[in-house]
Design a protein around this ligand. Structure first.
Ligand code: SDX
Length: 374
């Protein structure tokens, strides 16, 4: 190891490079200069996707051309549709595994696959963003055993995503909630999946390869997979009366409470409250059992805050919100991908422009030198 290097478990606190895409601060979260509450309130996901991939807020003309391009790129080659059906219904599959395989396969159909110029990367970023929504829709159709629902180019990204999964157009409120969740999930500087994508891009490998690796990294429950794991945990708790005993048992066994804590945020995740409010309001209107999940979730939050001083991250309200909207749990992390693809692409483009290999050092903990023959 280089004598000047400092070991940090999990690279905690280490600045691993420069980026103009996003700033994650204790006080705020900024995408290319715009604060997350401003974006959640005033922008659409397509506008944020443009901002991240192309670097600036689009003009009205740029936005309408971008939306048209995305809508036109939603359809997939028949071979890809066939692979989606096979992967989504394979015996040991999770939709994140199927999504990873299909994104990798899509490279073979992309005319720009081997071209890592900035222009080609932008073209691929738009295509992949459009295609991922369609993959999720088709996967869900295959899982449900129904005919494939073709994308509807007249619908927004969020509305089309829900439409393709369910075969029914969402209400304006459902479209809005998913649109906001996509904005919140779109970007978060050097998180594990983005860093994975940048490491791959740093070797000057291609965008599809970088995104395939990023999807694999996002799947884990310590990262994006937490939105599914959080909802599974709430289902395990089941009733408000069980919360206290569940939590005490979790503390006694050092079980991680999914959807809580964050490597960077120590005073809470700016995104969590935005989604929690929207999800709770939707649940209250829906009535029936829906509010129960927010009541249980809020009790969990209170105990975590009072006893551990640990706050929810964005994945906690996401789990409850998507659940009360009837979205199947195994699709929560794929939907995260449908959004984060935009941030990943922005980082891959930045990394390719940088042309710098990422290759840190390790601190060796193995045996001291020994002889093979004695
Ligand atoms: C995302 O990085 C990003 O930006 C990611 C993300 C993005 O947009 O890309 O924001 C998305 O991945 C959100 C995080 C989703 N993961 C989870 O919700 C899983 C549960 N959370 C944790 O396991 C944990 O908080 C991490 C993985 C998120 C962060 O882990 P760290 O920074 O390595 O912290 P740690 O595990 O070492 O915890 C420090 C202390 C420990 O206690 P002590 O041993 O010091 O006594 O805090 C405790 C931990 O036990 N702790 C928790 C906890 N999170 C931290 N205890 C119980 N439940 C938790 N969730």
């Amino acid at each position: 190891m280089n004598a000047t290097a400092v070991a940090s478990q999990g690279l905690a606190g280490i600045i691993a490079g420069e980026s103009a895409v996003c700033s994650v601060e204790q006080g705020k979260l900024i995408y290319r200069g715009y604060e997350i509450h401003d974006l959640a309130e005033n922008a659409t996901f397509e506008e944020v996707a443009y901002l991240l991939i192309l670097g600036d807020k689009p003009t009205a003309g740029q936005l309408s051309a971008f939306k048209k391009e995305l809508a036109e790129a939603r359809s997939l080659p028949q071979d890809v549709v066939n692979l989606i059906k096979e992967c989504a219904t394979a015996p040991y599959t999770h939709p994140m595994d199927a999504l990873r395989t299909v994104v990798s396969y899509l490279a073979h159909f992309d005319p720009d696959c081997q071209d890592i110029s900035a222009e080609a990367e932008v073209r691929k970023a738009k295509r992949l963003t459009a295609q991922i929504g369609t993959i999720i829709g088709h996967m869900q159709n295959a899982i449900d055993g129904r005919d494939i629902v073709a994308p509807d180019p007249s619908l927004s990204y969020a509305a089309n995503l829900l439409y393709m999964m369910r075969g029914e157009k969402p209400t304006a409120e459902e479209e809005h909630i998913v649109d906001v969740s996509l904005i919140l999930y779109a970007e978060h500087d050097f998180n594990a999946s983005t860093f994975t994508g940048r490491v791959i891009a740093g070797t000057l490998s291609d965008l599809h390869g970088a995104i395939t690796g990023a999807i694999a990294a996002l799947k884990g429950p310590l990262h994006g997979g937490a939105n599914e794991a959080a909802m599974e945990m709430l289902k395990e708790i089941g009733t408000l009366d069980n919360v206290e005993s569940f939590m005490q048992q979790a503390f006694a066994t050092k079980r991680k409470i999914m959807g809580f804590g964050h490597r960077v945020y120590k005073n809470g995740d700016h995104r969590a409250d935005i989604l929690h409010k929207l999800g709770r309001a939707y649940a209250e209107k829906k009535g029936g059992d829906a509010v129960k999940w927010f009541d249980i979730g809020e009790r969990v939050q209170k105990i975590m805050r009072d006893e551990k001083n640990i706050l929810p991250n964005v994945d906690f309200p996401c789990g409850m919100t998507y659940f009360v909207m009837g979205i199947p749990v195994p699709q929560y992390t794929p939907i995260f991908v449908a959004s984060r693809i935009t941030g990943w692409c922005a980082h891959v483009i930045e990394q390719h422009a940088d042309r710098k290999l990422i290759r840190p050092l390790s601190s060796y903990t193995g045996p001291t030198e020994r002889k093979w023959n004695g």
